[in-house]
Design a protein around this ligand. Structure first.
Ligand code: FES
Ligand code: FES
Length: 168
């Protein structure tokens, strides 16, 4: 990682990260958070900002296979990493099965938690394609939803895993 001192004497760093398959080089300060690189530098505003303290999960992205809260990850920590945001979940205009199942199960209300919720669920199904309900609830425990009560979200993740879903 290359360090540069700008005209005001502030040290900045040149980092390179791969987001949704594309590699970007960006200049960041030592205290720039990953969520701000995604939203402000790369214009990937599907990643939401809520608490900015690592408590709500609305800023969740997948970094090197693991869901992380991008509001508490320094951009410097993302140097050289592979990141998936909600914009990278659909492929060639075809929704991911989780996006389909969230729609089918009415698991979206205001939608603010949805990108982070889907990325936590996607990381879960990638490492564990047939999770128990307990494992599903554990995987989304860091993603707060103020609207749905979680029941339809759990059903949506079960549907995406190919499991029977109780309609009641
Ligand atoms: S905005 Fe990152 S956890 Fe709330
Ligand atoms: S749908 Fe509104 S916070 Fe989850």
């Amino acid at each position: 990682m290359q360090a540069i001192v700008d005209k005001e004497g502030i040290k900045r760093y040149l980092i390179s990260l791969t987001v949704n398959g594309d590699t970007y080089t960006v200049v960041v300060k030592a205290n720039t958070m990953l969520v701000n690189v995604l939203r402000e530098e790369l214009n990937l505003t599907g990643t939401k900002k809520g608490c900015e303290t690592g408590d709500c999960g609305s800023c969740t992205v997948i970094m090197d296979g693991k869901p992380v809260n991008s509001c508490i990850i320094l951009a410097l920590e993302a140097d050289g990493k592979e990141i998936t945001t909600i914009e990278g979940v659909a492929q060639n205009g075809v929704l991911d099965k989780l996006q389909e199942s969230f729609l089918n199960q009415t698991a979206v209300q205001c939608g603010y938690c949805t990108p982070g919720m889907i990325l936590s669920a996607k990381a879960l199904l990638t490492r564990n394609p047939n999770p128990t309900e307990h494992e599903i609830r554990e995987a989304i425990a860091g993603n707060l939803c103020r609207c749905t009560g979680y029941v339809n979200i759990v059903k949506a993740i079960k549907e995406a895993a190919g499991q029977p879903v109780d309609e009641h």
